[in-house]
Design a binder for this molecule. Sequence first.
Ligand code: XMP
Length: 513
Amino acid sequence: MNEQIIILDFGSQYTQVIARRVRECSVYSTILRYDTPAAEIARLKPSGIILSGGPSSVYAPDAPLPDKNIFALGVPVLGICFGVQLLAQFNGGKVEKGLKREYGKGTLTVKDPTCALFAKLPKSLQVWNSHGDKLTKIPNGFKAVAVTENSEYAAIENRAKKFFGLQFHPEVAHSPRGKEIIANFVHGVCGCGKNWTMRNYVDQAVEEIRAQVGQEKVILGLSGGVDSSVAAALLHKAIGDQLTCIFVNNGLLRANEAEVVQEVFGRNFKLKLQYENSAKQFLSKLKGVTDPERKRKIIGKEFVEVFQAATKRAGAAKFLAQGTLYPDIIESVPIAGNPAALIKSHHNVGGLPKNMKFALVEPLKNLFKDEVRQLGLELGLPKEIVYRQPFPGPGLAVRILGEVTPSRCEILRNADAIVVEEMKASGLYYKIWQSFAVLLPIRSVGVMGDERTYDYTIAIRAVESQDGMTADWVKLPYDLLEKLASRIINEVKGVNRCVLDITSKPPGTIEWE
Ligand code: XMP
């Protein structure tokens, strides 16, 4: 079993960030609910426990509290923000409402450089604070090891017990050396090695898949996106021809998408790929439909039908594989005021019908997205697939406003190919969240040579985002915009005007629909 750090989640919006920082130190981390019994935690044999921050006050009547026995497991504990207040509260310290809310950048001054958390770090560090309550008395056995402008107990330590508390957030990017503090905790204090790497994980995952699947057959819906592609490559390594991947061409794909999937998975990986060309079927069902929600519903329903028929043709399979990721399965903590609990994707597809009785294989369910990409590279997938931008399930249909017709699909596909090509050439494609073309349903007048034209408009959309929930429009260089517009208008028949979308999310959405 891997060494691991347990993170108890008290509802901080940064809990997953803590988990990722630990993993970036090549140490496995698991997020558990704040009230997980100490006995259960002990069974997992953690090398250390981190108490996350959270929006509550330790003295509030409904404050989320941990099992007090976690402090008696003999395991190092690091409390962050709300976590340090818990550490103090449970060990005889005192927490009070701060007179001044400390929010934003601060300067940490290390008072005791022998504290293991600050090994090899300078005496003065920029850190990020976000807390109202503050420690006013530290528990017996503890010592203040660093201060900020507003807090004489910005970092505390009980060296004998290996308990540490940080009033600031070392996990966020605004604490530039914070990752080293976390590394000092997991390696220096908890004694973890660097065993969690995707190279090591491949063997472990292959074994687990084989143990789960045995000699049974597995079906995977391959979309060509990052998650299903990496899941396919991993499963193929584990069980070879027991895996059948079904790829549905819904007629709403980007240029060359079907060819690339067939090339990479069929010819290179030589996995069993069942290609379902259902473009005509989807497009005929979309005829005359302009309402965006109806379009989505039709595409969803059609997909289920095509997929269901395809699985029958693939032969009896016991398992269905899905590219579920770790953030999809972490239970969010239902604490009032916890923004992380409110953020839910509105795109959760209804899934497959209940009568499709499969057992699930979810080989990526312990991984964060960046780990999935690393794993993909480890398995030999090309960068074009591993780092590709997200593409919505309903495909070009959400980027064609108004009716989706074969000729409109063709126009958008050609314009989009130019956007992708030029974004890649400029080096920006892999640096931003998404960049694509949108086909507007209006036509306007233009001139081309001596001729009057009456053609469509393409909108260019490029956004920066961490997770698609909020987004900023990207200030693409003028010369790139000029090239995009001139190529699209000159090369794509049916387009005579190009505009740039400069809307952020909120209030806009990323897709136009
Ligand atoms: P919006 O348009 O809601 O999009 O700001 C946020 C992110 O979600 C993607 N998106 C989808 N992804 N199925 C998906 O898998 C969908 O139906 C879907 N609709 C939007 C969108 O591309 C953006 O990254």
